[in-house]
Design a protein around this ligand. Sequence first.
Ligand code: SAM
Ligand code: SF4
Ligand code: SF4
Length: 371
Amino acid sequence: MSERVIPLIDQRLVSVPARVPSVATAATGLLSDTRGRPLRDLRISVTDRCNFRCSYCMPKSIFDKDYPYLPHSALLSFEEITRVARQFVAHGVQKIRLTGGEPLLRKNLEILIEQLAALRTVEGQPLDITLTTNGSLLTRKANALKASGLQRVTVSLDGLDDTIFRAMNDVDFPVADVLDGIAAAQAAGLGPIKINMVVKRGTNDDQILPMARHFKGSGIVLRFIEYMDVGATNGWRMDEVLPSAEVVQRIHRELPLVQLGASAPGETAERWGYADGTGEIGVISSVTQAFCGDCNRARLSTEGQLYLCLFASQGHDLRQLIRGDATDEQLSSAIASIWQGRGDRYSELRASLPPDAGQGKRRVEMSYIGG
Ligand code: SAM
Ligand code: SF4
Ligand code: SF4
């Protein structure tokens, strides 16, 4: 087999300055983009570092000991994150997801969660605050996270077989420790817990049924994610994508499923319930079924770049405003004008692109802006 060439393009260098419009935009919570999509969901990356090296996200060949991670001074401080999050919330954001890299590697993360938990939506409600983690530090941190105001967690877990799991995280991390972390999160009341499993054909697709059996009836929702062509370093190939329809078929053959309605507008997962009423699973078909039509998600990178799409080729530099002399009103207007100009819908357009078109292109890495 010929070796894959994985080009490295440092996406962090590509950003456009965020401009303050000459006329201020009032924050009414009713912002919409060029396709009429509101802003509801903000994903904040709190670190670009991780203790795993999942090959689909941070392949070891690139994210090695010489990789130039961001220096601490480049990261937004908790106060800066909270300040910018407050402006997003005033524009209609109801849900904040902390991500990374591995978010639990950011020191004193509980302090940030406490600050975010004090924010209120336009309707005066608390935010829905959640966190996506690889679970490796959950046993140690679950109680403190709950106490700081975190409501729930999503844990990434790509299989139950220890050999397969160790190979996928590529740092030989045992699956038992993640399962302990999930149990600790459950005991701490960080629920309802979701589990994300990225499915790669030929690598872990034989884990679909064991995972479904394991979590059925546990109150935990298992979600299968199609392996995506995100970033430019993972050597993505279409033939390694296992379509969600096939995941559902494989499970349905042994554990009958019925389709359920969407839980909320903009929800990425299609929901399926076990016919015997013992819970549900979700499938996220980012490759085979575009869901850009109601995508209401914005992403803030670790250093304060605003991305309008997971597949964006450039960010909008909010940090320069945050660290400059911009007032809250100016920051808020800049965010509004960026969202109002948004037309991104990469997944919808993917079908018309040549196969594997993204590899080698300028594209932001998932470990930099989070999932
Ligand atoms: N480190 C944390 C974790 O793994 O949960 C949070 C960050 S990680 C980038 C967020 C999510 O993105 C994880 O569920 C991960 O499995 C998913 N992900 C990363 N690369 C992916 C890819 N190429 N295709 C699909 N999902 C991917
Ligand atoms: Fe780390 Fe999460 Fe990426 Fe895996 S998916 S390398 S755990 S950031
Ligand atoms: Fe949203 Fe971009 Fe994904 Fe479409 S491709 S659903 S616009 S993040």
